[in-house]
Design a protein around this ligand. Structure first.
Ligand code: SF4
Ligand code: MG
Length: 340
């Protein structure tokens, strides 16, 4: 499999009024052609900042180190103009809140047509026709008639479909979806997840799906990267993580996931405590204050991300990974299990 987008040693520091906020502290991740990578973690874990860096959309006060390559091109070395052409034409993006990205005073077809014309030399008429086609592809019923409606005339789920159509306008090779379903109800969430997966398969596109909820990505991800406090703590094939999560943080996320077989009204487990202050991270393992398995050794040195089996795809940053190999075994009913 060819690596499409590869991030290596990424560090992002926001410089503000004499203090530095280290949001991303050395992240490695990549997505292959046609693959879905899920990037999972609590808000503040650095997952959105990592992807915003890949899009070249970080604010001026962000200092970025490392490497972000799209195939053989280094995005961190590109100027704004070159990046703008990569964004849209090769990397598409869908954010959580479509209303902040859609212009309320223009019809949806006009906005999609403009996105098409920004990157290719086609007539207005052809761009409009293509916009209607895209609205059909993302499952807007009666796309031809709805094309001339304004964003507020669509429901939340339909608006998110419009955003996906816009992100697809120039045929990107990778789609970055940053919590696109978080504001939607569970049924609509599932429909959007299915839609993106169907489009990925149809187009042979790659998808990077950012979420705080492992459950959302369980069915579509090929691989999962779990981030905590600006670092990757576990990554590997999706099935490995669900079947045998090793890092106590990943295991906690799994236990916090709603299950189809939970009795009605059952309370979900939550991971106690909260993310460390990014300006004052503890020495050693940053997860230690919240970890039920923490021992003295954990505070002594920072664990690095290491493959569980030499050369294998499942890697964990935990001093006790050898002992914890089986402790996180959770089989969520959403995976393979059918609702009863
Ligand atoms: Fe817990 Fe120690 Fe592993 Fe950190 S290194 S996750 S504190 S067991
Ligand atoms: Mg976010």
């Amino acid at each position: 499999v060819t690596e499409l987008l590869a991030i290596r040693g990424l560090r992002v520091t926001f410089r503000a009024a004499g203090r530095d906020v280290h949001a991303v502290r050395g992240v490695d991740l990549s997505v292959a052609e046609g693959e879905t990578l899920a990037v999972v973690g609590e808000s503040g874990s650095g997952k959105s900042v990592t992807m915003t860096a890949a899009l070249g959309l970080l604010p001026e006060n962000a200092e970025v180190e490392g490497s972000i390559r799209l195939r053989d091109r280094e995005l961190l070395a590109m100027d704004e103009r070159a990046l703008r052409s990569v964004r849209g034409a090769e990397i598409g993006v869908v954010f959580q809140d479509p209303m902040s990205s859609l212009n309320p005073v223009h019809t949806v077809s006009r906005q999609i047509a403009e996105a098409i014309r920004a990157h290719s030399d086609v007539s207005r008429g052809a761009a409009h026709a293509r916009a209607v086609e895209l609205l059909g592809e993302v499952g807007i019923p009666d796309a031809k008639a709805r094309a001339d409606d304004y964003p507020h005339q669509f429901s939340g789920g339909m608006r998110q479909r419009v955003m996906i159509a816009m992100a697809l306008a120039c045929g990107p090779r990778v789609l970055i979806a940053d919590e696109p379903t978080t504001a939607l109800d569970v049924t609509v969430q599932a429909q959007i997840v299915d839609l993106v997966d169907r489009i990925r398969r149809g187009r042979g596109m790659s998808v990077i799906w950012i979420s705080h909820d492992l459950g959302v990505v369980a069915q579509i991800a090929d691989r999962v990267t779990v981030m905590y406090a600006g670092r990757v703590v576990e990554q590997g094939p999706c099935a490995d993580l669900f079947d045998a999560a090793v890092h106590p943080y990943t295991a906690g996320l799994l236990r916090a996931m709603p299950r189809l077989d939970s009795p009605a009204g059952a309370e979900l487990e939550v991971i106690r405590g909260s993310l460390p202050d990014p300006e004052a991270q503890p020495e050693g393992c940053v997860f230690a204050p919240r970890c039920d398995h923490a021992q003295e050794e954990c505070a002594a040195a920072r664990p690095t991300l290491l493959p569980l089996v030499a050369g294998g795809g499942h890697a964990v940053a935990c001093h006790r990974s050898g002992e914890l190999l089986d402790h996180g075994r959770v089989v969520p009913a959403r995976l393979g299990g059918s609702p009863t």
